[in-house]
Design a binder for this molecule. Structure first.
Ligand code: PAF
Length: 290
């Protein structure tokens, strides 16, 4: 058996499934971090959390074609296998799952999972088929890595809602743990796509986080969500971001905010050819302020 400091790289889903089940059979708690590679400090924080909670950790690296639209960045999505592996070495990662496309989508594959509810608006509306691709691959990955718990970043807030709903609705035997967004010192949320940003756009990208701070202040001051959305949009536009959405919604359903329930501010926009998303929680308040 490889030393725990040196992850074993496995491409076959059945081989990994057998290894994970054997570990669990010996009473070990297994954590799973699904990724598309191009790993950064945000992914490392998920691995650290999984390692703190579990005896063994598996990390998958698979750029999933089915969650990219026809005009999206699948072919140019950053692929950095050597540095990814270096980041996962020397810690508590026991397995790296690096499947080939055929291992995930066998020839003749024709099954997709569709989640409704939280998958409907925002990203779901702008990126048709995206969450179906995410749900399908995550379900497939959960079969290959039958872990006790899976760790996802809150930066992809809507994705976490979709995965949690799928796990609940299909009764999948895995706990979904959502971990805080990791940010650069200037507030920009860590993302593999930040690597695309030209230097000037990288500076302007802080507008994403700033717009969420604007939202939090206006929320605390009791402003209505529609007014807050206008403020967020205005801030983003003033910094040159082409806004796709600026929303203040119920944190769980993504519908209109409800008095006494946690809300969420979410933004998506483009700087040049780079698409960025971000979000932050807004605490429950009594006046819903629709
Ligand atoms: O968040 C991601 O990196 C991807 O959407 C995921 C969950 C690994 C599925 O491909």
């Amino acid at each position: 058996m490889a030393d725990a400091a040196e992850p074993t790289v496995i491409s076959g889903p059945q081989e990994l499934r057998a290894a994970v089940l054997a570990a669990r059979g010996r009473g070990r708690r297994v954590g799973f971090v699904p990724t598309m590679g191009a790993l950064h400090a945000g992914h490392v924080s998920l691995v650290e959390r999984a390692a703190a909670d579990c005896d063994d950790v598996a990390v998958s690296i698979f750029v999933n074609p089915t969650q990219f639209g026809p005009h999206e960045d699948f072919t140019r999505y950053p692929r950095t296998p050597e540095s990814d592996l270096a980041l996962l070495t020397g810690g508590r990662v026991r397995w790296v799952f690096a499947p080939h496309a055929d291992d995930i989508y066998p020839p003749g594959w024709c099954t997709r999972i569709t989640v409704d509810g939280p998958a409907r608006g925002l990203e779901g509306e702008l990126r048709p088929g995206h969450f179906s691709g995410v749900a399908t691959v995550v379900c497939r990955l959960f079969m290959a890595v039958p872990a006790d718990a899976a760790y996802f970043g809150a930066k992809d807030w809507q994705q976490t809602l979709v995965v949690r709903r799928m796990v609940r609705d299909l009764g999948l035997p895995i706990e979904v743990v959502v971990c805080p967004t990791v940010r650069e010192p200037d507030g920009l949320a860590m993302s593999s796509r930040n690597a695309y940003l030209a230097p000037g756009d990288r500076q302007r990208a802080t507008a994403m986080w700033e717009s969420l701070e604007v939202a939090a202040r206006a929320w605390d001051a009791g402003q209505a969500s529609s007014a807050i959305e206008r403020l967020m949009r205005g801030h983003l536009e003033s910094r040159g971001v082409v806004v796709e959405y600026a929303a203040v919604v119920d944190a769980e359903s993504l519908d209109a905010v409800r008095p006494g329930a946690e809300a969420r501010a979410l933004v998506a926009g483009r700087l040049g050819a780079t698409r960025l998303i971000d979000n932050r929680p807004l605490p429950p308040r009594q006046a819903g302020g629709g």
